[in-house]
Ligand binder design. Structure first.
Ligand code: DGJ
Length: 694
């Protein structure tokens, strides 16, 4: 794995892939190839198209980073205006630096004191590259950027691609879309200040791919704020994507001497969706997640939200904790309601001080009870928000985003704090730092329950930079808290899965994927998350939710939640001894296979939508152990038996396991090629099967 060079052509060599960039004689960086490896001396520049009055040759190029200007009319990656009003960038290549695993290509405007550097990094053992761009103002006058994308990516070939993204919602995060892009442009974006529940900050492009076959090209923007992914197919058949911070209501100003690095992009190529997701899974654990917990298995967590909502106090929480400990939980998390005048969602946000009526002796008493039960303690906060009915807002009404001439709209009776103000950042850091210093807290759930509106930013010289500064402030505070309290895990939550993105994964140890904890809906939500993010970061709760009167059996709910970071969230006070014993059975079972689930490779064998069965096989890194989860909701008379073809096991090894009343001892090759017949004759069929190599 390395950066190879052949003259002015650079080959980024990853495990099975070459990503090739060449600088032409005019100084443009062309993407010459992205696919299977070829002899490096063969790579060359393509022949240009025949220009005519309406088709400029420059507009057909697969550039690495298109500036606005000249005769290029497609979407650009960067657009800036200079002090004299010129709004075009004419880049010249001024330097290329390669190390074993990094490449930097620097371009400078031929007239103005602006340079930008495209940085690439390859990773041993992966077909993944990360990219960033750094812009520098070498002069003294401000340079204003209207668009500053993190990467432009041109795809190979000219046939149309299917583009996968999401059209989700609260409670339906990750609902997939697969759109054939044969012309025009697709835009996936958030304008809300967080990455949101609807569209996702990535593109996945494929032609004829499935779990096991077909080339899949993908790129993720590591950013939790407003984003924009533009994917277009032009008149030459070229499909391109730009990924970056949303250029809607956007401005970024570089003062003289300043540099700025845009959020990173993680891009890769896989053979089939399975390979794509397994690479991202391992890459996330090895290279992205914060180091303190990346290689540690996450604990089985209990969360009080669905059981008690805002009605928390030391007695009831202790009673829940007793049951949670008996059920096998290792971390007890008290959710909303513990602070200020927080008895409903109408009041209290911002007042991060323990409610003395609910906890007369502070949090210490509950934490001690929880610790004595053998569990760690965790706490919920929503630091970016304020209720107008709070002491914080009464003292600092100007701390919330607003325009002086407009009424700021409340959502869930709350406003968004102006996180670009140093005094707001200091207040939040101090409140959380004090809580963590004074209490034995091992986990923080950082929530964010509404999008931005009335984003005044009156304190900023360039108010539209607020979109960037806000998210950056969130990351900075989390990073500082983690540095000061390295034993504390952080979870990213935003009204369910409103901040499930690779930006969050660089700072948080796990994420909350959805408030919808219905096990059947969850199969689809979790599939979408696991397809594109590391499995261990996917918090998955077993709860009592029963929106559709499905009365899903407890064992079935465990089967689904054990496929991620298992957690419990039901009202355990209503659980019988048998229920608690069943919980204990499954939490013990989970702990025995947790390393394989959280650090292994996931093979999706059967799909709930296509096959009516959700069968996921997690294989340990040495392929000595695997765990198979099978769940099916319905069945019917004469339903055809499904063969279950395994994957990911070693062909020549013998694997043993029990399924129903059958003891199986078969080779990996047999399980893959002949498979096991699955004849499901039961509603809510579910099996958790532990597989060992002999
Ligand atoms: C939204 C989160 O997604 C829930 O899990 C819970 O923490 C509530 N907020 C609390 O207000």
């Amino acid at each position: 794995m390395s950066i190879l060079a052949n003259g002015n052509i650079y080959i980024l060599e990853t495990k099975n892939t070459h990503y090739v960039v060449g600088i032409d004689r005019h100084g443009y960086a062309h993407r010459l190839h992205w696919g299977a490896k070829c002899p490096i001396t063969d790579y060359d520049f393509p022949r240009g198209v025949n220009e005519n009055a309406t088709i400029p040759e420059l507009d057909s190029c697969r550039l690495e980073y298109t500036p606005f200007g000249k005769t290029m009319y497609r979407e650009c990656a960067i657009k800036a205006s200079f002090a004299d009003g010129c709004r075009e960038i004419n880049p010249e290549a001024v330097g290329a630096k390669a190390t074993d695993d990094t490449l930097s290509l620097t371009f400078r405007d031929e007239y103005y004191p602006l340079s930008y550097t495209l940085q690439y990094r390859v990773y041993e053992g992966f077909d993944i590259i990360t990219r960033t761009v750094t812009v520098t103002n070498h002069g003294t006058d401000d340079i204003h950027f209207e668009k500053l994308m993190s990467a432009e990516i041109a795809l190979p070939g000219t046939k149309p691609f299917h583009i996968m993204n999401t059209n989700g919602a609260w409670g339906a995060e990750g609902t997939p879309t697969n759109t054939l892009l044969d012309g025009g442009e697709l835009v996936f974006e958030s304008r809300r200040g967080h990455s949101g529940h609807n569209m996702s900050p990535y593109f996945i492009a494929y032609r004829n791919a499935d779990e096991r076959s077909g080339e899949v090209f993908y790129a993720h923007l590591a950013w939790s704020g407003s984003f924009r992914i533009e994917v277009s197919r032009d008149l030459f058949g070229v499909t391109r994507a730009e990924l970056g911070m949303n250029s809607f209501d956007f401005e970024h100003v570089l003062e003289g001497g300043e540099s700025f690095t845009a959020p990173a992009v993680i891009l890769g190529r896989g053979i089939g969706f399975g390979d794509m997701s397994r690479q991202l899974n391992r890459f996330g654990v090895q290279h992205v997640l914060p180091k303190n917990f990346a290689d540690k298995p996450l604990p089985v967590l209990y969360n009080s939200w669905e059981a008690t909502e805002f009605d928390v106090n030391v007695t009831d929480q202790t009673a829940l904790a007793v049951k949670a400990a008996a059920a096998g939980c290792e971390l007890f998390v008290m959710d909303d309601g513990w602070f200020g005048a927080r008895n409903t969602d109408h009041a209290g946000l911002g007042d991060w001080f323990v409610n003395k009526e609910k906890f007369p002796n502070g949090l210490g008493e509950l934490i001690q009870n929880v610790n004595e039960l053998g569990m760690d303690f965790g706490l919920w906060v929503e630091p970016e928000m304020v209720n107008p009915d709070s002491d914080l807002f009464r003292a600092h009404p100007d701390w919330a985003y607003h325009y002086p001439t407009r009424k700021a709209n409340e959502i869930r009776w709350q406003l968004v704090l102006n996180m670009t103000k140093p005094e707001v950042q200091a207040y939040i850091f101090d409140c959380l730092d004090t809580l963590l210093r004074e209490n034995n807290i091992k986990y923080i759930k950082w929530d964010m329950n509404r999008p931005f509106s009335e984003t005044g930013g009156e304190n900023l010289a360039h108010p539209k930079m607020l979109w960037y500064y806000h998210t950056k402030a969130v990351y900075d505070i989390v990073d500082r808290l983690k540095a000061a309290h390295p034993e504390v895990q952080f979870e990213s939550c935003s009204s369910g899965g409103g901040r499930c993105d690779w930006g969050a994964l660089y700072h948080y140890d796990q994420v909350w994927t959805s408030d919808n904890t219905d096990a059947i809906d969850r199969i689809v939500i979790q599939k979408a998350y696991g397809l594109t993010h590391p499995i261990k970061t996917m918090r998955a709760w077993v709860t009592d939710i029963n929106w559709y009167n499905r009365n899903t059996p407890l064992a079935f709910r465990f089967n689904i939640a054990m496929r991620g970071a298992l957690s419990l969230g039901g009202n355990l006070k209503h659980y019988s001894d048998e229920d608690i014993a069943l919980c204990r059975h499954y939490t013990d079972l989970y702990k025995s296979v947790r390393n394989t689930v959280q650090f292994g490779d996931l093979y999706r064998l059967l799909d709930i939508d296509e096959d009516e069965i959700a069968a996921d096989l997690y294989v340990s890194s040495g392929k000595t152990e695997a765990v198979l989860f099978i769940a099916s909701v319905n069945t019917r008379c004469m339903k055809k038996p499904q063969p279950l073809y395994f994957d990911g096991l070693e062909d020549d090894r013998i694997y043993t396991f029990d399924i129903e009343d059958q003891h199986v001892e078969k080779s990996g090759a047999y399980l893959k090629n002949v498979g096991l017949p699955l004849d499901i004759k039961k509603q809510y069929y579910n099996q958790v099967i532990v597989i060992k190599a002999k």
